[in-house]
Design a protein around this ligand. Structure first.
Ligand code: C2E
Ligand code: MG
Ligand code: MG
Ligand code: MG
Length: 278
């Protein structure tokens, strides 16, 4: 469109494209450096049992300690990593780091059963199965101590491949959970094809529980669905006592959200585990 506006328009269009492209190139270059220079860090957010309030698992969430821009949230770089293919080495680092932390915790006497790591669509490939097996072989922690979180929409992008890859990971002993559940359009029969042990109710439904009757209905339905398929159901983004009360009454098994803790650095997460078991 800018091209049709004559010479100035054309120039503007051209230079802005170049700028966007070079910005992106710059970011990719920095992401490469970040991998080399160990600038990524895993934060951990507890997942608690609704009945006991105890920590039963944690979700690992990546952060980037950027040398100039400070601590960056995943939304600021994961999409570029996915687009460029860098998610493969970054994803590998995430799994390795989570396993290192789990091994250390076990050696220190903490008995956290599971750590969940997020898994992008681009990571669902035939190659990942052998790669994960190799990573596990080099680790003291075993497969049953990790869980991969995959969004419903990622599964739907390539259901055939997903089913194959998830089956193989499942056979290795890794558990699988569906992240941001409720946003996609999976049917019951569809879900049954995947070896899934946990459904994570999307934060968007939890947010408005107090005011939105529809969100309450959807949340109830997901809890019932999970029960009938023998999956654990966890609510994400629990921030208030009222939400907690509702989820307790509906017997949602596990909870995650700021009400319990924000994602915290590894040392701080150890303190949370200490308090939880004490
Ligand atoms: P997600 O997997 O759905 O993770 C939950 C997000 O919700 C996290 O944001 C967490 O900090 C936030 N959250 C947790 N409890 C609450 C709450 O009570 N209220 C609110 N408002 N937010 C809450 P975060 O850490 O910024 O991560 C955003 C997304 O980035 C994640 O969404 C996940 O899709 C992606 N991500 C994070 N780490 C990784 C990773 O290692 N690999 C990949 N591929 N993606 C990752
Ligand atoms: Mg997640
Ligand atoms: Mg989520
Ligand atoms: Mg998400």
């Amino acid at each position: 469109q800018a091209k049709r506006n004559g010479r100035n328009g054309f120039c503007f269009y051209d230079s802005s494209m170049t700028e966007a492209a070079s910005k992106r190139f710059n970011l990719l270059e920095q992401l490469n450096q970040a991998l080399k220079n160990d600038q990524f860090e895993l934060y951990y957010q507890p997942q608690v049992n609704t009945e006991t309030g105890r920590i039963v698992a944690a979700e690992a969430l990546i952060r980037w300690n950027h040398p100039e821009r400070g601590l960056l949230a995943p939304d600021q770089f994961i999409p570029y990593a996915e687009e460029s293919g860098l998610i493969a080495p970054i994803g590998r680092w995430v799994i390795e780091q989570a396993l290192r932390d789990i091994s250390r915790w076990h050696a220190m006497g903490y008995t956290l059963p599971k750590v969940a790591v997020n898994f992008s669509t681009q990571q669902i490939s035939d190659l990942i199965v052998a790669e994960v097996a190799e990573i596990l072989q080099c680790s003291d922690a075993d497969a049953s101590s990790i869980e991969f979180e995959i969004t419903e929409s990622a599964l739907m992008e390539n259901p055939e491949l997903s089913r194959k890859v998830l089956q193989a990971l499942h056979q290795m002993g890794i558990s699988l959970s569906i992240d941001d559940f409720g946003q996609g359009y999976s049917s019951l029969s569809y879900l049954k094809q995947f070896p899934i042990s946990k459904l994570k109710i999307d934060r968007a439904f939890i947010r408005d529980l107090e005011v939105d009757e529809n969100d309450r209905a959807i949340t109830r339905a997901i809890i019932a669905l999970g029960k009938s398929l023998k999956m654990t159901v966890i609510a994400e983004g629990v921030e208030t006592e009222n939400q907690l009360q509702f989820l307790k009454e509906e017997q949602c098994e596990e909870l995650q959200g700021y009400l319990f803790s924000r994602p915290v650095p590894e040392e701080e997460f150890r303190r949370l585990m200490e308090k939880s078991s004490g």
